[in-house]
Design a protein around this ligand. Structure first.
Ligand code: FUC
Length: 806
């Protein structure tokens, strides 16, 4: 957003003029949108002690996730056998390791020379031998037994209720607005109800069981884990599971049963409850990842929660969840499908916009549940993983996956949920400095494709996916976006050293290629894609791929802006500008496409899932339909070419495509691909599937919907930039725009009927819409540089109403 001062109007003058002031929130006119996932049958609970292959089988993918940002559960909704599969986000195998190869730097010039001589396959071979991590790295995504480690399940809470075999009126659900998973059924006239939530304020998972007949609750409760756990029951309704993993990771899970009436006794390693009227189960857990006093932490949390009533726990949980969740509401019309259970709704394949609205809010729900301040960032599975060996180690992949996880954070008004990621990026700085020195002989910090919770920043074990230094620049985009949306200068000052050190790394590492003297990263890759060399071989390691240009352009521009905003480092700013001017330009290839590499190579896999070379269109902002129409056309040609060859096959790839079409302002194409995501890559519990389950598509799809409704990357707020014909009427409230704005939009018959913009500080506001709008009613001075572009000076906290002329 431009920060120059526009028309100067005093607050007094504005209010004196009468009418612009704060107006009541826009009323929704569309039918209420469902905020619930619901099912007619339990998720199939696997037999006790079953090995972990079942994660991608039937049961877990029907179970419903709850989470408080670090502690989570998958609730199956079983009747006789209920299972809540538990997770704690820092429970990782593996350990800190020194995976940098100190000799790597001595091979850098050789690799570069091979690349610049066009000997790509030779360069790949030397890189594979001399310029990868030491040791097995991620072990091809199977690192559970290696030092790299894997994110692991915490175990299960198992509740057995004998005599409940013949149940009727079954229903289970997850309400996104209350963040409570519920199960209800009837057995012989007794109505049973279980509610489970993961409370952030209580740092606990709480399950309450009630029955309509006093004294009816008789069940057993156990904690279990496939391996490496010692479980014990003590008197007073307490269970304890102590986990100890090879690398030194330790965890404890505690459960306190609190019964109204009846009795609790120890039965083996579990508890037996007899004749209770209500039963409350409190679960807390902690690991030694952050503190050796983890047992005390879990214990204190347990005692605090167990001494609160269910009503008090529930209302504190609701307050904490709704404070975040209710900031945004979305209605997209038609919700006929909501009458069906969610698994059936997903299967029907009908184009129901309300399903998209539910998916959008589910994405926000998942982010709130898996990423809260103080915790670790949402990993490849958010925080829900049922196995010892989680696919791809459940780690942090920086070549699309973890960035996509956080695309919705700022626009969908969950900036707090972005913080774990921002802190995690900061934590990579220290190991990343060592990696920068070992491989590039450079100061600054760098990270490559993958990281774990142990600070892994080395290149991955195989260069075609692992040699990706630009990752550090992409991560820094998130630090900047948090500032762009908030305009919080104190925050920018705090993170500036991270950005600066990253920029310094790239300034040191960029090198001149011989043909045009452009500055390039070498060796690099265009994530996970390959190309055919002139002599017909397949290469991957390259120099100056288009994505690097997009990422470095972003990083350097942001750093330049930061130096201006913070009044610092004019010399650095000049160096960055100089380097920016010498990055490779965007090139258009033989198909009219945006070229992915510095040469217009043939592609063995033209439908590749990664959309890396389109970074500048999204999530970057250098290519826009109005600002760079020729490049936007080339980007579109690239996208169409990918699609013509089967692109979008994985969930996250499809979600990226939605965002790309939204940036091309093509709502109908965005909707087509959103439907493909909903009906092709979504599991019964609404988790995205790669396959297997990978949460990035959930977040990317959620962000894509926001991107269809509101964009703010081109120095202006663009209302409904990509509204599909299929969403003729709707409303959205509480989306955020860069520049420090909050925006509401209501539309009908595909045209805006009303919008509202609120700024978090006095500043110029530029609003674009397809339809001519005016500030209504208001005395605020408005400029109209283009028919559909309004510019005015917004005052802090005033809600400006925009409407078509009457
Ligand atoms: C990247 C992708 C894969 C997968 C993995 C977790 O490597 O290319 O498709 O999403 O991350």
């Amino acid at each position: 957003m431009a920060r120059s001062r526009g028309p100067r109007i005093s607050r007094r003058g504005l209010l004196a003029g009468g009418a612009a002031a704060i107006v009541a929130p826009a009323m929704h006119t569309e039918p209420p949108q469902p905020l619930e996932l619901w099912y007619r049958q339990p998720a199939e609970v696997p037999p006790a002690g079953a090995a972990n292959e079942w994660q991608n089988g039937s049961g877990w993918l029907h179970a419903l996730p709850v989470g408080n940002g670090s502690l989570g559960a998958m609730v199956y909704g079983g009747v006789v056998d209920e299972r809540c599969q538990l997770n704690e986000q820092s429970l990782w195998s593996g350990e800190r390791q020194d995976s940098d190869d100190a000799a790597a730097f001595s091979h850098l010039s050789e690799i570069r020379a091979l690349l610049f001589a066009g000997r790509y396959v030779d360069a790949l071979n030397v890189t594979a031998k001399r310029f990868v991590c030491r040791g097995p790295g991620s072990s091809s995504g199977n690192g559970a037994a290696a030092q790299y480690g894997s994110y692991e399940t915490l175990g299960d809470l198992l509740i057995t209720s004998p005599g409940h075999e013949r149940f009727t009126n079954y229903r289970r659900s997850l309400n996104l607005d209350s963040a409570i998973a519920s199960v209800q059924y009837t057995v012989e006239g007794v109505r049973w109800r279980r509610q489970t939530f993961a409370s952030a304020p209580a740092a606990a998972i709480v399950t309450q069981i009630t029955a309509s007949t006093p004294g009816a609750i008789t069940c057993t409760v156990r904690l279990s884990r496939i391996e490496a756990a010692q479980t014990s029951a003590t008197g007073h309704g307490l269970l304890r599971s102590a986990i100890s993993l090879k690398g030194g990771m330790k965890a404890v899970v505690l459960l306190q049963a609190v019964a109204d009436g009846g009795s609790i006794s120890v039965e083996g390693t579990g508890l037996r409850i007899d004749g209770a009227t209500a039963l409350r189960l409190i679960v807390t857990a902690a690991t030694n990842y952050r503190s050796d006093a983890y047992e005390e932490v879990a214990d204190a949390n347990l005692r605090r929660a167990a001494s609160s009533s269910f009503a008090a726990l529930r209302s504190a949980h609701l307050r904490s969840h709704r404070r975040l969740f209710r900031r945004v509401s979305l209605r997209l019309g038609a919700n006929g499908g909501a009458a069906q259970p969610t698994d059936e709704w997903l299967k029907t394949g009908t184009a129901d916009p309300a399903l998209a609205a539910l998916y959008f809010q589910f994405g926000r729900y998942l982010l709130i549940s898996s990423s809260r301040p103080g915790g670790l960032p949402a990993n490849l599975q958010g925080l829900w993983a049922a196995t010892i060996q989680t696919p791809w180690n459940g780690d942090y992949h920086h070549d699309i996956n973890d960035e996509m996880n956080y695309w919705p954070a700022e626009p969908t008004n969950l900036a707090e949920c972005h913080k774990p990621f921002l802190q995690y990026i900061d934590s990579l700085r220290k190991p990343g400095r060592k990696t920068a020195a070992a491989y590039y002989g450079s100061s600054g910090w760098v990270v490559h494709t993958i990281s774990n919770v142990w600070g892994f920043t080395s290149p991955g074990e195989w260069p075609s996916w692992g040699q990706y230094p630009a990752a550090a620049g992409w991560l820094c985009q998130h630090l900047w976006e948090h500032y762009e949306f908030s305009q919080d200068r104190a925050y920018l000052r705090r993170v500036w050293p991270i950005l600066r050190e990253c920029a310094e790394f790239f300034l040191n590492t960029l090198t001149e290629e011989p043909s045009h003297n452009w500055l390039v990263l070498a060796p690099s890759i265009s994530p996970e894609n390959s190309f055919r060399t002139a002599d017909g071989q397949v290469g991957s390691v390259c120099y100056g791929p288009t994505m690097d240009t997009g990422i470095l352009h972003n990083l350097f521009e942001h750093c330049i802006q930061a130096t201006h905003t913070l009044g610092e480092d004019a010399a650095l700013s000049r160096r960055l500008r100089h380097a920016l001017d010498r990055l490779p330009p965007y090139q258009v290839g033989r198909f009219g496409q945006l070229q992915e590499w510095i040469e217009d190579f043939e592609e063995p896999e033209p439908g590749h899932r990664h959309m890396s070379h389109l970074f500048a269109l999204h999530p970057g902002s250098q290519i826009t339909p109005r600002g760079t129409p020729d490049l936007a056309r080339a980007a579109r040609a690239s996208l169409e070419r990918r699609l013509a060859h089967g692109g979008g096959a994985t969930g996250w790839s499809r979600a990226w495509i939605v965002n790309l079409w939204a940036r091309l302002e093509n709502g109908n194409e965005a909707w087509t691909h959103l439907k493909a995501l909903l009906h092709g890559s979504t599991l019964p519990n609404m988790f995205d599937t790669h396959p297997p389950f990978q949460i990035d598509g959930n977040f990317g799809g959620c962000a894509g919907i926001a991107e269809m409704l509101l964009q703010s990357h081109a120095g202006e707020i663009h209302l409904l930039p990509a509204l599909p014909d299929a969403w003729p009427s709707g409303s959205v409230r509480g989306l955020r725009a860069r520049g420090g704005f909050e925006v509401d939009i209501t539309w009908s018959r595909n045209r805006i009927t009303e919008a509202a913009v609120t700024a978090n500080a006095d500043r110029v506001c530029r609003v674009r819409s397809v339809r001519r709008l005016q500030l209504a009613p208001s005395s605020t001075a408005v400029q109209r540089p283009e028919p559909n572009l309004l510019v005015f000076h917004a005052l802090r906290g005033v809600r400006y109403l925009l409407a078509p002329p009457t």
